[in-house]
Design a protein around this ligand. Structure first.
Ligand code: UDP
Ligand code: MG
Length: 318
């Protein structure tokens, strides 16, 4: 039996690039069907993440033009990770394998052949890994690489240079549906599910049209979310740092008592001010980091739905 493949593609304000890339995805799907690697009822599934432009109209038009196109529409913008989860959870009961990919054409669709081959060879998760970052700007390249290094140092297990271009079997997705957290960082969560996994390498291109939705602010937020949802190492580092500072101040106290006894104590207010400022800063950062975790606990206990599907191309609003 050939596996049914769903290509899951989150889209947010992508009216410029969707008409260019959608036929590319369809062509790839048809090629794979033609090669008899996947079943003929495989689909391209778009997730409209509450776009404010004509993205959903375009998806509906595509679904009417070819039965291989499907679409679901979220009730509002929930962000890339939630939109992707919505697509994967919708696909998991209809298919054997999913491949998630961005809709901007940056990830090389030709890597899909290798991904499917790896699945047929027994892998349940296949990570698409960028072999180089030549096409990225110097800024994006260095910040992204710093991001992966930081994640690993902070104890989050992520595949280096892997974003969200990945093949996941429906078996893994069934298990993954038991991960109920609302703070999502999918690329760090899939390694936790386990199962046999492998990597496929590809070149990343420039965006074909439109512009990136990940400016520095969102990238930093994602990095911070990645670290705080996957690891408690930062809190531990604070504790270790606290001990270190305490030890240092112990030495300082001994030194000042020593100089006082020797009758050499001069009014060193500058050093005092420095120490106070430093400690004040350390304390504020520490409280902030702990607050970040408390905030996450708050959101998790609420257990709000991570996405709400308002429409699908199969059942459209009248
Ligand atoms: N995206 C989304 N919701 C958002 C932001 C982005 O579904 O709130 C989608 C977007 O349409 C694209 C993918 O996530 O398919 C990655 O976004 P983008 O290409 O802007 O990020 P970059 O590749 O620059 O990191
Ligand atoms: Mg992109």
């Amino acid at each position: 039996m050939k596996p049914v493949l769903y290509i899951v593609i989150p889209c947010y304000n992508e009216e410029e690039v969707l008409p260019i890339t959608a036929p590319m995805f369809l062509e790839k799907l048809n090629t794979l069907i033609g090669l008899e690697k996947i079943a003929p009822d495989s689909r391209v599934l778009f997730v409209n993440d509450g776009s404010k432009d004509r993205t959903w109209e375009i998806i509906c038009g595509l679904a009417e033009s070819d039965e291989h196109y499907k679409g679901i529409c979220l009730s509002r913008n929930r962000g890339h990770q939630n939109a992707l989860l919505g697509g994967l959870m919708t696909a998991k009961d209809r298919c054997d394998i999913t491949i998630s990919i961005d809709c901007d054409g940056q990830d090389d669709i030709n890597a899909m052949d290798e991904m499917v081959d790896a699945y047929l060879d027994g892998a349940e998760i296949v990570y698409g890994v960028r072999s180089s970052r030549e096409s990225d700007s110097f800024f994006k390249r260095t910040t992204a690489q710093g991001f992966y290094k930081l994640l690993n140092v902070m104890g989050a297990e992520v595949v280096y240079n892997h974003a969200d271009y990945r093949l996941v079997s429906s078996r893994v997705l069934q298990e993954f549906s038991n991960f109920k957290e609302v703070n999502l960082f999918l690329r760090g969560m899939f390694p936790m599910v386990g199962f046999k996994s492998t990597c496929v390498y590809y070149e990343r291109h420039e965006r074909l049209a439109g512009k990136s939705h990940y400016p520095l602010k969102k990238m930093l937020a994602l990095a911070f979310d990645g670290i705080t949802s996957l690891s408690i190492k930062p809190i531990r580092l604070i504790t270790i740092f606290g001990f270190f500072v305490a030890l240092l101040s112990g030495v300082g106290i001994l030194w000042s008592v020593g100089t006082a006894l020797a009758g050499k104590s001069v009014a060193g207010w500058a050093s005092m001010v420095c120490i106070f400022c430093f400690l004040g800063g350390v304390q504020l950062i520490s409280i902030g980091i702990i607050g970040e975790y408390v905030g996450k606990i708050y959101l998790e206990t609420k257990g709000r739905p991570r996405y709400i599907i308002s429409e699908t191309t199969d059942e459209k609003k009248k």
